[in-house]
Design a protein around this ligand. Structure first.
Ligand SMILES: [Zn+2]
Length: 413
C-alpha cells in the first residue's frame, strides 16, 4: 500500500520516498514507493508523468516515469521508460511534470464545475467523464440538449470560475456522506470518502488532483455537443488548453477568411455563397455540354454515309471524358433509328462507349468484351449500350475502325 500524497496536496510537485518494491509488468520496469505524489490513472483522470532521482545521484541522471498505474491492492506502479539499477530499501526524490499536472487539474476541476452547472441550470446529471490528450468530454443523462442550453451552462460555469470560489478537500465516512447531498456518490462502498468541495456550488466524491480555487481553472470552453446513443456528449477544454485550442481554431478560421477575402465572422455566409455559385456553374456547364453533344450528333449523322440502310459512326475524342461520350451516344441513337456508334474518350481515365439504335442486330456488350480482350481493360453492358475502360489509347482508333468495317461486312451477307 502506497501513501497517496496527492490526496492532500495537488500542488506538491516534489517529494522524497523509499523504494519498497521493484518489478516488471509485460517486461516494463516499475518501481513501488512507500509514498507518492504521482497520480495513477483513475476516475476519468489520466496519470502523471515526471522523474525519479535515486538518492546520491545528480538530478541530471534522473529516470523518466512514463506511466503510473494503481494495482488492486492499492500499491502504485511507477513505470520507468528504461530499466535502471534501483534497489528496494533505497531512497528516491520524485519530480512531477508540472505542466501536465496543472493541465490535468484545470481539466478535471473544470469538469466538476461544468457538471454541477449542467445540474443547476438544466437538471442534467453527468454519467461519465473522459479526459483525452486534446479535449475532454462528459456524457449527460438527457434526451435532448440544444446549443443554447449548452451555452447557458458554459456561462454559469465561467461565472463560477470568475468568482474564484475555494476548492477544498475533506474526508468523511460513507455514512456521513449520505446526508451531505453529494452530486455523485462513488459506486463502491468505501470506509472513507474523499470529497471535493467547491464552495457553495458543488460537493462530490473524487480522488483526482484539483485546483484550490476555481480561478485557477482559467476558463471553460465548450466545443461540440453531439447525441451519443441515449445521451448527449459535451466536449470541452479548460485553462491553458482552452487558449491553445482557441488559438488553433482562430488560425484555421483566419486562413479560411483570407482564402475567401472576407472577415472571419463572414466566413459561413461566404462559403454558402461560393457553394451556390459553384452549383450554378455546374448546372450551366452541364447545359453547355448537352448542347455541344447535340450539335456533334447532328453533324456526325450528316457526315456519315449510309451503308445498307445503316450508319456506323466511329469517333475518338482525345480531350473528352466518359460522361460526354455516353451523353453523345444517347443523343445519336435517339436521333437515328438505324445507327451504331463506336466512341472513345481520351481524358483520364480513357473510356469506350458502344451504342446502337433499338432494334439493330448487333450486341454491344459482346463487341465491347471482344474489343477489350484485344486492348486490355474492363467493361461490358447490354445489347444496345456498353462501356469500358482501357489504357491502350494509342490503339483504340484502329480497333474501332476494324470493328466498324466488320459490322459493315456483316450486313452485306
Ligand atoms: Zn473528479
Amino acid at each position: 500500500m502506497t501513501e497517496h500524497l496527492y490526496y492532500q496536496d495537488s500542488f506538491l510537485y516534489e517529494f522524497d520516498a523509499e523504494v519498497i518494491g521493484v518489478t516488471a509488468v509485460d517486461s516494463r520496469p516499475a518501481v513501488i514507493l512507500d509514498r507518492t505524489a504521482f497520480y495513477p490513472t483513475s476516475g476519468g483522470q489520466v496519470f502523471d508523468t515526471g522523474w525519479i532521482v535515486p538518492a546520491g545521484f545528480a538530478e541530471t541522471s534522473r529516470l523518466r516515469v512514463a506511466e503510473v498505474a494503481e494495482r488492486e491492492d492499492g500499491s502504485i506502479l511507477h513505470f520507468l521508460e528504461s530499466p535502471a539499477q534501483i534497489q528496494p530499501g533505497s531512497r528516491i526524490h520524485g519530480l512531477i511534470d508540472t505542466d501536465r499536472r496543472r493541465d490535468h487539474m484545470q481539466q478535471h476541476s473544470g469538469q466538476h464545475v461544468l457538471s454541477a452547472a449542467f445540474v443547476r441550470a438544466l437538471n442534467m446529471p453527468t454519467v461519465s467523464f473522459h479526459m483525452g490528450a486534446e479535449s475532454c468530454s462528459i456524457d449527460l443523462d438527457t434526451k435532448s440538449l440544444s446549443n443554447k442550453q449548452a451555452e447557458a451552462a458554459e456561462a454559469l460555469a465561467n461565472d463560477v470560475v470568475t468568482e474564484n470560489r475555494s476548492v477544498s478537500i475533506r474526508f468523511v465516512t460513507s455514512a456521513e456522506a449520505k446526508d451531505l447531498g453529494l452530486r455523485k456518490l462513488p459506486p463502491a462502498e468505501r470506509d472513507q470518502l474523499r470529497l471535493i468541495d467547491i464552495h457553495d456550488f458543488d460537493l462530490t466524491a473524487c480522488g483526482g488532483t484539483h485546483v484550490t480555487a476555481t480561478g485557477q481553472i482559467g476558463c471553460i470552453l465548450l466545443r461540440k455537443i453531439e447525441k451519443v446513443r441515449q445521451r448527449w456528449r459535451v466536449e470541452f477544454v479548460c485553462g491553458k488548453r482552452a487558449v491553445g485550442t482557441a488559438r488553433r481554431d482562430y488560425t484555421a478560421l483566419a486562413e479560411s477568411a483570407g482564402l475567401l477575402s472576407t472577415h472571419v465572422w463572414d466566413v459561413p455566409q461566404q462559403i454558402q455563397k461560393s457553394q451556390e455559385e459553384s452549383r450554378a456553374l455546374k448546372k450551366s456547364a452541364e447545359h453547355a455540354l448537352a448542347e455541344i453533344a447535340d450539335l456533334y450528333a447532328v453533324r456526325m449523322l450528316a457526315e456519315t454515309p449510309e451503308n445498307g440502310g445503316r450508319k456506323i459512326v466511329v469517333r475518338v475524342f482525345p480531350d473528352r471524358d466518359l460522361g460526354f461520350i455516353k451523353l453523345l451516344a444517347q443523343k445519336l441513337v435517339r436521333q437515328s433509328s438505324s445507327l451504331v456508334a463506336l466512341l472513345s474518350a481520351g481524358a483520364d481515365p480513357p473510356a469506350l462507349v458502344f451504342a446502337q439504335s433499338p432494334g439493330q442486330p448487333f450486341d454491344m456488350g459482346t463487341l465491347m468484351k471482344e474489343a477489350l480482350a484485344k486492348l486490355g481493360g474492363r467493361g461490358g453492358g447490354s445489347r444496345d449500350m456498353a462501356q469500358g475502360g482501357t489504357a491502350q489509347t494509342g490503339r483504340v482508333e484502329a480497333e474501332l475502325k476494324q470493328i466498324a468495317a466488320r459490322l459493315g461486312e456483316n450486313q452485306k451477307h
